[in-house]
Each structure stands twice: as structure tokens, then as C-alpha cells.
Design a protein around this ligand. Structure first.
Ligand SMILES: C[S@@+](CC[C@H](N)C(=O)[O-])C[C@H]1O[C@@H](n2cnc3c(N)ncnc32)[C@H](O)[C@@H]1O
Length: 754
């Protein structure tokens, strides 16, 4: 590798981007010059239960070095004001804990001449299916009606305003009182007999009499009572009183803002909420992702074992590139292998969106919010450094870390730029795939950042939800539905809040009825998304989305949704352009047939003549309008290459100075130790929802509708291997790859130079 060195992050003029993309070198050795002294700390971790032993290598079981384990990674919570938005962003830095991989990785490795043939590592377990908290079946006719009602009334922020607030204004529907809220989604929890006793609508710390005085004991006691309320309740005490008591106690015990506890209770129910909060007080395992652009997992494992790292593959075998670090004699973020870009610290949860996206070689892939590049680099890995990866992020300063990481990992097919993601469709579109790993509240990564417990509010969650909707709209608009290989996008967050997840997806199904939810391809790994929670009733296809929880999967809380774009045109004017009247009509129309079912006989590649809606041109970059300047610095001068090199060095320098950092993260990072070795409840990913969709593309719209209905709640139908084959067969030839080209060869604005 690395006969000659090319910039791993492309920029400048489109033609130079194009040229650079075609270069074929390893060019990342310089990454090893960076990030050294900072990572001198060790990562004492819990003892291995299933260490890797590769025959010749003796596993070194880690010994505690007298230091307390640190969380694997820092969770960065950052806020940004995005020009016209008050949306507070909370950026997750998610190269940390567990890892994942995919069949794509294996295939990729083979193509590169790397194989990971230790099948015992990779054997997938058929996991039991996690129970659906809410599923298609749960959505009844009357709920559909409720949905329609909601649609009629909603504005962009209406749902948000009502959500979890206890301020539902829905008429004709029973107002969700606290008692009801806390029970939604938990089968068997809904008792009617307590209605009479529920007089406690007004808030106030009125302790339920007769309960244990100790906090912990009282929590246990109340959970126990609520688990069989009818039998265990004290006479005259309403369920709501117990729930309120529990909320207060949990908030105090775990140190959360009460409103957050209320949200979790609503979503998870009493018993599970307790587990969730307890899990948030434990660190997640440290996981690394082998960078198959440079090595194979087996070789990496051997090298790390030699250095005194105790590791093992992830439980369930769902990743072929991830290694869980059990213990280490050396700082995992500062080994020569790390510095050489042979791996990245990345949480398992963080890998799932990329697995779902399944970017293919030679495709054009967009990561709308890429910094610091954890998922983008995984995309490049799956793309085998071919095609084009546009790694965008609002914040130029965060993109320095992206550039550094992409360099270190030997990524050569990336363009790094810095636009407000919401404006990207006016800059470039026509991508085969897009990833929106959205800025979020970080309510899934509390274990990494305990400050979230008191700093995040429901108001923040609402703000994030608003920004997320706008970004998701943009993501949809950037994707080319006519892509021969893709036409898909993935939406993910590191939040467990319904408002940032299902509500956002439910919104996009209305705002962009030319998309539909498809299986993630992660099989039964993860829990299905909610289709109902509190007063909300979501489209049944939300059950195809996946949720990951710390207390269930021993992973960061994460949400993953895969969407297929069916047509480039909307069956009507863009929502933004519509008047309120038309809005309601269209929504009703869409809803009547489920997601997009009212789209008549549109074909996937376009719309029927006479139908309104903009047909998107294939990949193009529009000339930037005045006033829509990207926020990022645009280095377009001939000196830009040198500048970026310097910038990169500066980034490295910063990282180097911050001792023990995890350089996957932006800015000074704290490498955290972990002794938590609980196994994940990983399930075998065997789905290929995309295949199902692809198959659907060939058939009539009506057939698609039928199939769409059939897919909901149904397991995956096609193996990843089959998906790979089918996707690769249809892979577009290199010549036809679109390269972002500005008008008359002008450079793309916002592109960071290298
Ligand atoms: C969860 S982090 C992304 C992590 C990244 N995908 C990774 O795997 O390394 C969210 C990112 O969204 C970025 N962001 C926030 N608002 C944005 C906007 N309007 N447009 C584009 N990116 C935005 C933040 O700067 C932050 O880096």
C-alpha cells in the first residue's frame, strides 16, 4: 500500500476531485505522525469471558492497573445555532464503544485480498426476537382514524408541542392523563379500575403513604406494585400516584430532570425505565472497528493481542469487523495500529446505520452530518474507496477531525464540505444513498455523558426534532430515486426520544410521500420502532425501524430507519409550497393508502405526465445563491492543498496534546475505560429490505403497495449475501458515476480543500 500519496480527502475543483478519486494509493502514512502522546493512558477493562486466541498468539488477560475504568469515549454535546433556526444541536461523537460490521465487510475484505476466515468468530446466532412494544398489529382501525385527525391538525411543530407534555389538545380523543401516558405501550399495564382513584392531576410532591422510606427500596416496591397493580395496590391509591412517586424517586436516584424521567417512563414503562436508567449509569463496552481498507480483523486482533489487549468479537456475530476490547495493557487509542489507521474506536450502535445504508462500491453517497467521520469512514470502507463519498457537516471546525480521521484511515474517495445540511439539495443532489446521522439530544448516550441528565430538556428535544425534520427532508431530496443501485437513505440518532425518531420519520412520510420505510437489513437485531406511544399513532411501517437500548443490547441508545425513495417527484407541490388547505387534503390522500399509496401509477423513475412536482435532475450542483452561503470555510485557492495539510496537522496536534484522547472524536477527547462486559443481545442480521424494495421496483405500483403492506412486521427475506450479489450485479459502471460538478466547471462551494 501507499506507493504514492494522494490526498485522502478530496476537494477543490470537481475535476480535481474526479482525478483524485481515481487515484489509487494508500496515502495515509502521515496519519501515523499524529496523535501520539495524548493517548498514553491505558484502558483497564473487565476480564474477558471469551477471549480471542489465534493459535500462535497468547491472549493477554488484562489486569486491573488500579485505575477505575473510564467510559470508552466521550460524548460530545454541542450546540449550534443554524442561521435561521433556533435549533440547538447536540452533536454526538460516536466513535466509542461497540462495533459492528456486516456481510458487506466480509465481501469487501475478500475483494481486497483480505479474508477473515475464523468462522468461529463470525458464526451468527439466531437470536430470539425482541418483543414488539408496539407493532403493526397494535394499530387498530380507530387508531388510524386518530392519525388522520392528527394529520389534519398538525403543523410542523404541533406534534412536538403535544408530545409527552400532558397537554394534548386533541378533541374527540381522551386526553392522555398522566396515568394513561405512563401505561401506553406496555401490554397488561392498562388497568381501568384505578380511574376512580385518580384524583391527582395537579403536581406536587405528595409521597404515597406506606411505602419504603429508602429511595432504592421504594423504587423497587413501586415497580413491583405497578407490575401487578390490581393485586398489589394499596386501597385508595391511584396508579398515577404510584407512577408520580416513581418518577420523583427515579429522578432523584439517578439524577435526571424529572421531565426526562417522565418521558422515559412514558416510553418504557416503570420496570424497563428503571433498567434503562440503571444501564445509563454503567459504561458500555469499548469496541473497535477494523478498517478493512488497510487490514483484516483477524490480523488486527493478533496485532492487538500481542500488545496486551484482550478482546473478542461481538456477541451474536452480527459484525465481522468489530472487536470488543475487554482489557488492555496499552492505550487502545494510541497503538501503532491505531495510528496507522487499522482501526477506529466506534460504538456498535454507530455502526448499525451504516450497515443499514449498505453503501456499495462506485456509488455516490452523501453523509449530511458527518463530523467527525466515524460513519463516513465506515461508508468509505464498504465502498472500497471507490465512487464518491461526500462527507458534509455544518461545522467547519468539526470537519477538521473528519479530515484527520479520513486521512488516518486511508479514505480516498471522500469530499469533505461544510454546508447547512438543510440547504444541500440546492447545492447537490442525485446521490445513490444518503445518511443522516442527525444532530440530536444525545438521550441514548447518557452513559457517555452524564450531563445530559440535567442539561437536556423536553424543549431541547422539541427543537432537535424540528431541525431533524428539516434535515431529513433535505436528505430525501438529495437522493436520486432513479439510482440503479440505491435510491435509499438512512436516518439515525443517538437518542431514544420518540420525538426525535418515530415522530420525525412519521413526519417525513407525510412531507415526502415519495419515500417509504423499508427494513433496515439488520434483521431482528434491535427492537422495532414504536407505532404507538402516549397519544401518538404512527404509520405501521415504523415497526420496520430499529431501536437499540443500553439495557437491552448493552449498546448506546440508537434509532435507525431506512427509507426508500420511490420517485424523484412529489405527487403534488412541495409541502412547503402548499397552502394549509392543500396540505390537509394531500395528507389525507396519502394516509388513505398508507405511505404513498395514493400515488396512483407513478413509476419509480418519474411521474405521470401532467403531475405536479419537480423532477430532480441527476447529480448536479447548483450555483450558490446569494445569501445561501455554506457556513464552512471554502478553501478553493491553489494553495488549498497545503492549507489542508496544515489544518490536518493542527488537528493532529490538538489531539496529541490531549492525553489519552480518542481521536475519533472531535477536539480533545477523553479515552474512557470500561469494565462492563455484559454481552449484547445481538441478533443475526439477515435482512435485506433493500432487496425487497428492489424487487418491488420492477413491478407495478399496485404490487409495491401490496408488498409494502406485507413487509410491515415481517422478517427479512433476503440474505445479505444475496443482497450483495444483486446490488453488485446492478452496480453502475464507473464511467457513469456522477461527479459533483459546478456549472461550467466551477468548483463546488463549501468544499473543503485538501
Ligand atoms: C451525531 S453527530 C454526527 C456524527 C457522525 N455521523 C459520525 O458518525 O462521526 C451530528 C452532527 O451534525 C452536525 N450538524 C448539526 N446541524 C447541522 C446542519 N444543520 N447541517 C449539517 N450538519 C449539522 C453537527 O455538527 C454534528 O457533527
Amino acid at each position: 500500500m501507499g506507493k504514492k500519496r494522494a490526498p485522502s480527502v478530496q476537494s477543490g475543483s470537481p475535476s480535481s476531485i474526479s482525478r483524485a478519486i481515481r487515484r489509487n494509493d494508500g496515502g495515509d502514512a502521515r496519519a501515523t505522525r499524529r496523535d501520539t502522546a495524548e493517548r498514553q493512558r491505558k484502558l483497564p477493562l473487565a476480564p474477558s469471558t471469551k477471549p480471542i486466541s489465534n493459535g500462535r498468539q497468547h491472549q493477554v488477560r488484562g489486569k486491573k492497573k488500579g485505575k477505575e475504568p473510564e467510559p470508552e469515549s466521550e460524548s460530545e454535546v454541542e450546540e449550534s445555532e443554524a442561521e435561521d433556526e433556533d435549533a440547538e444541536e447536540v452533536g454526538e461523537e460516536d466513535e466509542a464503544l461497540e462495533g459492528s460490521g456486516s456481510d458487506e465487510e466480509e465481501l469487501h475484505a475478500k475483494d481486497l485480498g483480505f479474508t477473515d476466515d475464523n468462522q468461529s468468530w463470525l458464526k451468527m446466532k439466531k437470536g430470539n426476537t425482541n418483543g414488539l412494544l408496539s407493532s403493526e398489529e397494535e394499530v387498530e382501525e380507530e387508531e388510524e382514524e386518530d392519525e388522520d385527525d392528527e394529520e389534519e391538525e398538525d403543523g410542523e411543530g404541533d406534534e412536538a408541542d403535544n408530545f409527552m407534555s400532558g397537554e394534548s389538545e386533541e378533541s374527540g380523543k381522551e386526553v392522555a392523563d398522566e396515568e394513561e401516558d405512563f401505561e401506553v405501550g406496555h401490554e397488561g399495564d392498562q388497568d381501568e379500575e384505578d380511574e376512580a382513584g385518580d384524583e391527582g392531576e395537579e403536581e406536587g410532591p405528595r409521597p404515597v403513604a406506606g411505602l419504603a422510606s429508602g429511595l432504592k427500596e421504594r423504587i423497587e416496591e413501586v415497580v413491583d406494585i405497578l407490575s401487578d397493580f390490581r393485586a398489589r395496590r394499596k386501597a385508595g391509591v391511584a396508579r398515577a400516584e404510584y407512577v408520580r412517586q416513581l418518577g420523583r424517586d427515579l429522578s432523584e436516584h439517578h439524577g435526571y430532570l424529572p421531565e426526562l424521567t417522565g418521558m422515559f417512563l412514558t416510553m418504557l414503562g416503570p420496570a424497563e425505565c428503571v433498567e434503562f436508567m440503571a444501564a445509563n449509569d454503567r459504561p458500555r463496552p469499548l469496541v473497535v472497528r477494523a478498517n478493512t481498507l488497510k487490514t483484516r480483523r483477524k490480523d488486527l486482533a493478533q496485532a492487538l493481542v500481542k500488545r496486551g489487549v484482550s478482546l473478542e468479537p461481538l456477541a451474536g456475530g452480527w459484525s465481522k469487523v468489530a472487536l470488543k476490547i475487554i482489557d488492555s495493557q496499552v492505550p487502545v487509542g494510541a497503538t501503532p495500529e491505531y495510528l496507522a489507521g487499522h482501526y477506529i474506536l466506534q460504538s456498535a450502535s454507530s455502526m448499525t446505520p451504516v450497515m443499514a445504508l449498505a453503501p456499495q462500491p462506485h456509488e455516490r453517497v452523501l453523509d449530511l452530518s458527518a463530523a467527525p467521520g466515524g460513519k463516513a469512514s465506515y461508508c468509505a470502507q464498504l465502498m472500497k474507496n471507490t465512487g464518491l463519498l461526500v462527507a458534509n457537516d455544518l461545522k467547519p471546525e468539526r470537519q477538521k477531525a473528519t479530515i484527520a480521521n479520513l486521512h488516518r484511515l486511508g479514505v480516498r474517495n471522500a469530499v469533505v464540505c461544510s454546508y447547512d445540511g438543510r440547504r444541500l439539495p440546492s447545492v447537490m443532489k442525485g446521490f445513490d444513498r444518503a445518511l443522516l446521522d442527525a444532530p440530536c439530544s444525545g438521550l441514548g448516550i447518557v452513559a457517555r455523558d452524564q450531563s445530559v441528565k440535567v442539561q437536556r430538556t423536553l424543549a431541547d428535544v422539541r427543537k432537535m426534532s424540528h431541525l431533524q425534520r428539516e434535515l431529513l427532508r433535505a436528505a430525501v431530496d438529495c437522493v436520486d430515486a432513479g439510482s440503479k443501485t440505491g435510491g435509499v437513505l438512512v436516518y439515525s440518532t443517538c437518542s431514544v426520544a420518540v420525538e426525535e425518531n418515530e415522530l420525525v420519520v412519521d413526519y417525513i412520510l407525510r412531507a415526502r410521500p415519495n419515500v417509504r420505510v423499508v427494513p433496515t437489513g439488520l434483521g431482528d437485531f434491535g427492537r422495532p420502532g414504536f407505532t404507538r406511544v402516549a397519544e401518538h399513532r404512527f404509520h405501521p411501517s415504523l415497526a420496520l425501524t430499529r431501536r437499540f437500548y443500553p439495557h437491552v443490547h448493552n449498546m448506546d441508545g440508537f434509532f435507525v430507519c431506512k427509507l426508500q425513495k420511490l420517485t424523484n417527484a412529489l405527487p403534488g407541490k412541495n409541502e412547503e409550497e402548499e397552502g394549509a388547505e392543500a396540505k390537509g387534503k394531500k395528507r389525507k390522500q396519502m394516509r388513505d393508502g398508507g405511505n404513498g399509496e395514493s400515488r396512483g401509477n407513478e413509476t419509480r423513475k418519474g411521474v405521470q405526465k401532467g403531475e405536479k412536482g419537480e423532477e430532480e435532475a441527476p447529480f448536479r450542483i447548483k450555483k450558490k445563491k446569494k445569501g445561501s452561503q455554506p457556513q464552512g470555510p471554502v478553501r478553493e485557492t491553489p494553495q488549498s492543498t497545503a492549507e489542508t495539510t496544515v489544518a490536518e496537522s493542527r488537528v493532529s496536534g490538538q489531539a496529541t496534546m490531549s492525553s489519552g484522547t480518542n481521536s475519533e472524536r472531535d477536539g480533545p477527547l477523553v479515552e474512557k475505560k470500561d469494565k462492563h462486559t455484559r454481552k449484547t443481545e445481538s441478533k443475526t442480521p439477515k435482512a435485506a429490505g433493500e432487496d425487497v424494495v428492489k424487487e418491488g421496483k420492477k413491478k407495478s405500483w399496485q404490487s409495491k403497495q401490496e408488498r409494502g403492506r406485507h413487509e410491515v412486521g415481517e422478517g427479512p427475506k433476503v440474505s445479505n449475501g444475496e443482497r450483495q450479489k444483486s446490488e453488485q450485479k446492478s452496480g453502475r459502471p464507473k464511467e457513469s458515476q456522477g461527479i459533483p460538478v459546478g456549472r461550467k466547471g466551477k468548483k463546488a462551494k463549501g468544499v473543503m480543500s485538501s
